[in-house]
Write a protein that binds this ligand. Structure first.
Ligand code: ATP
Ligand code: MP5
Length: 282
């Protein structure tokens, strides 16, 4: 048996958030972005990896799924000991992983759950097959506190094309009927002035969330970052709408400080609170 020292030890209680998502070797999206976002919100981050991607700022060159039993073991290890004040799901990759994650979340009665339905990249490339989409729609989405589809994911879920703000609003109302408590349609994939404009619908409030369009090519990890910031804010006991508004402000700051690393699309930068303030000249 381990003998613990009989001295009073300093301890700090902070909220805990769990991300169930994939690894991005380039560090810009996935679990790496989620844990970094949690840390910058002073929320302790835990993780259950679903897959390992070989990925950089240019492309994803390989994806290896973890066995569903491994995903479940990670979730159980974390939740049974440390607990989770809020949970997010990101890239779940296939129907098998989605089904076991949905089953586990149901048995935990998680009441602060952000589901980022990673199905299609912002450039329109489909990342999961039809069976996985059906499992996500039928088993995971009805458990979500907030569901955060991008433009292309929203088109699939709402079964309509999205070009205008009115299209975004109509899609939000349709997707809401799939059973999540609220829907945030993210507008990073919209054209022109709508790029960066999001639409919120929770059955009562239909709200357009805008900050400003940031003119940067370095937008890798925007979706993961906003959903992780929402999860952190839920763990901090903010209401879902407030958590989302604050997360959008955080994401916009991170876009303003995006990192020009690699040869391609760099990630959003989380380090802005630590950067030295600009010096006064003169
Ligand atoms: N250029 C931009 N300026 C301001 N906000 C942006 C910009 N690009 C994306 N956003 C915001 O980033 C958040 C994520 O949206 P986006 O549509 O990019 O998600 P995603 O497609 O899941 O992300 P990713 O491109 O990382 O896959 C939203 O709040 C969106 O409005
Ligand atoms: C492992 C992993 N998960 C998710 C995304 C999408 O991320 P985002 O939508 O934030 O660019 C990604 N590129 N890699």
């Amino acid at each position: 048996m381990v003998q613990r020292p009989r001295v009073s030890q300093p301890s700090v209680k902070i909220p805990v958030a769990l991300t169930i998502a994939g690894s991005d070797s380039g560090g810009g999206a996935g679990v790496q972005a989620d844990l970094r976002t949690f840390a910058f919100h002073c929320v302790h981050g835990t993780s259950a990896l679903t897959c390992i991607t070989a990925q950089n700022t240019l492309s994803v060159t390989r994806v290896d799924a973890l066995p569903p039993e491994s995903v479940i073991a990670q979730i159980d290890a974390v939740v049974n000991d440390i607990g989770a004040d809020a949970i997010k799901t990101g890239m779940l990759l296939n129907a098998e992983i989605m089904a076991v994650v949905a089953e586990r979340l149901q048995s935990y009665h998680c009441d602060r759950l952000v589901v980022d339905p990673v199905m299609v990249s912002r450039t329109g490339v489909c990342l999961i097959d039809d069976e996985a989409i059906a499992t996500l729609r039928d088993r995971l989405i009805p458990q979500a506190t907030v569901l955060t589809p991008n433009r292309y994911e929203a088109q699939i879920l709402a079964k309509q094309e999205i070009h205008t703000l009115d299209d975004m609003k109509a899609a939000a109302e349709t997707i809401f009927k799939l059973g999540s408590q609220a829907v945030l349609i993210k507008g990073g994939g919209m054209r022109g002035k709508l790029c960066g404009v999001d639409v919120w619908f929770d059955g009562e409030t239909l709200e357009v969330l805008r900050t400003e369009t940031v003119g940067t090519h370095h937008t890798h990890g925007t979706g993961c970052t906003i959903s992780a910031a929402m999860t952190a804010n839920l763990a901090l006991k903010q209401s879902p709408l407030e958590a989302t508004k604050q997360a959008k402000i955080y994401l916009t700051q991170a876009l303003h400080h995006a990192l020009a690393i690699g040869e391609g699309q760099g990630p959003v930068g989380h380090y802005f609170p630590l950067l030295p303030s600009p010096k006064l000249s003169g």
